[in-house]
Design a protein around this ligand. Structure first.
Ligand code: ADP
Length: 569
């Protein structure tokens, strides 16, 4: 009751007899001073008045009625007051500024926290009622107007997704430039603290992009480019002795004689470029490098380090999504580094390298190349020779590759893969005409016969006509455009002839020199190594001619070419 809040009424009993007020004063002031009276509630004053009235005074019942009315009024007043106070508190709450939501980054003992709010870092005080240990790295926290942490919220449920590029040794995570972000180093949230993470995983970030909160997927990796290296001794490659020697000097020697190279402070390359016409064994040489290095290391040290051979074609990397190509290149390096760290011999083989690492000329992919080349250089610079990854580039147009890629310390060994000459072609025939096959003659004799047919300077073998700027004309023969790929295809086709014969005659048949010559004629007419057009530019890619010196290069005779209408021209 409101009544009880007020000052107790002093006992009556002043010196003066009741009912005789002092002169100039109200009758009550002889009991209490004016100031004391002012502190009393209305009811208390009524009580005081009643106490002064003589017993059985006629007005007592009126005063009692008045007192009841006043008591009711005071009670109503008191309740209204309480309601107003509550409303005031509500209004006050509604008018106070919003709390900020931040990401808790780390505790700062004993009572502060490192928090990121709206992209800015703060060291915030923590509400003393909230133990610091109750906060987890990466969770959201409420900060009041003074940026004090007043409440812990859960973890963000949404946020950008990025792919991990690298795990730093202290557990932090590096991500690259995708989704428009600049490269970042992230903390692990408490949820990921003990998680075994790998580059390539997709993680979700907090909204301040400081903490990786959870793994949301595996991410697309360029795993399709992983190739198993089948046994491929150097002898399985014909007509490339010089290139083989150069590769062995460049890669095998430093791997096998590490200490000598160190003592002489001889630089060790991180990779090499194989350049030359298509179908002459660049990819084969790349794989043979991996296979033979593994064998050599096994023989010399007893340690068997499995190969990890990533084979990518340059144009596969080019992607119309901004940042996607860069992501792929980083991913390739990351995969190789990862496997090398696990003890594998990691090889990154980039075929048609000029398409991704070409000079930053204007053109459709200009903007991509202008970021890919420097990024590739950075990845190369980050590699440690012999420890990480051997990078092999292959190209038909080495002249188009950006010189920055070919600087010392990056890919500074350029190895030419020539078209095989007569002896080379013969050795390739011998490789594919294996002794185990049903051959009509000894392997060597068949190989010699096939090679002679291949290189004969006879009209049937005339293949390309060249018109030089000087007006001079020349003819290239089939032998001038020989390659390992075409020899392999000729032998395969010869086998198919023998098989057909066997089926038709129901007799066991053998591969003859005639089969090989027929196959030779068919292959030069149909092999997809050769362009199906008469366009000079297409044919130039197969030769070493200087484009400035040649005005026309094309097939000597009309070749069987399917036109759009399906006819033969
Ligand atoms: P490139 O990479 O230069 O275009 P590849 O290495 O892909 O050529 O060759 C294609 C195929 O041709 C090989 O798989 C192999 O069968 C055959 N080949 C090419 N060159 C040789 C060679 N020098 N010795 C043996 N086979 C070869």
């Amino acid at each position: 009751m409101a009544e009880s809040k007020k000052k107790p009424v002093p006992p009556s009993g002043a010196n003066r007899p009741p009912g005789t007020p002092a002169e100039g004063q109200s009758p009550l002031t002889d009991l209490l001073s004016r100031e004391e009276l002012d502190t009393l509630s209305t009811l208390q004053i009524v009580d005081l008045i009643v106490s002064k009235l003589p017993a059985r005074h006629p007005s007592i019942m009126d005063v009692v009625y008045l007192r009841e009315r006043i008591a009711t009024l005071e009670e109503t007043n008191f309740q209204a007051q309480e309601a107003i106070e509550k409303l005031d508190a509500i209004v006050e709450k509604l008018r106070s500024p919003a709390f900020r939501v931040g990401t808790f980054l780390m505790p700062i003992e004993p009572d502060k926290a490192h928090v990121c709010v709206g992209g800015t870092d703060y060291v915030c005080r923590i509400d003393p009622q909230m133990p610091l240990t109750s906060l987890q790295v990466g969770q959201r926290v409420l900060c009041n107007e003074a940026f004090a942490v007043v409440q812990g919220l859960g973890f963000d449920r949404n946020g950008p997704i990025v792919r991990l590029d690298e795990l730093l040794s202290d557990g932090r995570l590096r991500i690259g430039q995708e989704t428009g972000l600049i490269p970042l180093v992230l903390l692990r949230s408490a949820l990921l603290a003990k998680e075994k993470l790998k580059p390539g995983l997709e993680v979700r970030l907090d909204l301040n992009q400081r903490v990786a909160l959870e793994v949301v997927g595996m991410g697309k990796r360029v795993d399709r480019s992983l190739e198993t290296v089948t046994p491929l001794p150097w002898q399985a490659i014909g007509g490339q002795d010089e290139a083989v020697q150069a590769i062995r000097d460049t890669i095998e020697l430093p791997f096998l004689h590490r200490d000598l190279f160190k003592r002489f402070e001889h630089t060790v390359p991180k990779g090499f470029l194989l350049y030359g016409p298509p179908g002459c064994g660049k990819t084969l040489l790349g794989k043979a490098t991996a296979y033979n290095l593994r064998q050599q290391i096994k023989t010399q040290t007893g340690v068997d380090r499995p190969e990890f051979f990533l084979h990518v074609k340059g144009p596969e990397i080019l992607n119309m999504w901004v940042g996607e190509s860069e992501r792929q290149v980083r991913d390739l390096f990351a995969q190789c580094r990862e496997r090398a760290n696990d003890g594998a011999l990691a090889f990154l083989f980039i075929d048609e390298a000029e398409s991704v690492l070409g000079t930053r000329r204007a053109g459709r992919y200009h903007s991509i190349l202008s970021t890919l080349v420097p990024m590739f250089c950075t990845e190369m610079d980050g590699l440690e020779p012999l420890k990480n990854v051997v990078v092999i580039l292959a190209s038909n147009r080495a002249d188009l590759i950006d010189p920055a890629i070919l600087r010392p310390g990056r890919i500074d060994r350029k190895i030419k893969v020539h078209r095989p000459d007569l002896a080379g072609v013969q050795s390739i025939y011998e490789i594919y005409l294996r002794d185990s096959l049903p051959l009509a003659e000894p392997k060597k004799e068949l190989a010699v016969a096939a090679t002679q047919a291949h290189f004969a300077r006879i009209p049937e073998n005339q293949f390309l006509e060249v018109v030089y700027r000087s007006g001079k004309k020349d003819v290239l023969y089939r032998g001038d455009l020989a390659s390992g790929a075409i020899v392999a295809a000729i032998v395969e086709r010869a086998k198919s002839f023998a098989i057909k014969r066997s089926i038709e005659t129901k007799l066991e048949t053998l591969i003859t020199r005639e089969d090989l010559v027929d196959a030779l004629n068919k292959e030069y007419a149909e092999n997809d190594l050769f362009p199906t057009t008469d366009i000079t530019e297409d044919w130039m890619k197969l030769t070493d001619f200087d484009p400035d010196n040649v005005i026309r290069l094309g097939p000597v005779r009309p070749r069987k070419v399917e036109t759009l209408g399906g006819g033969i021209v």
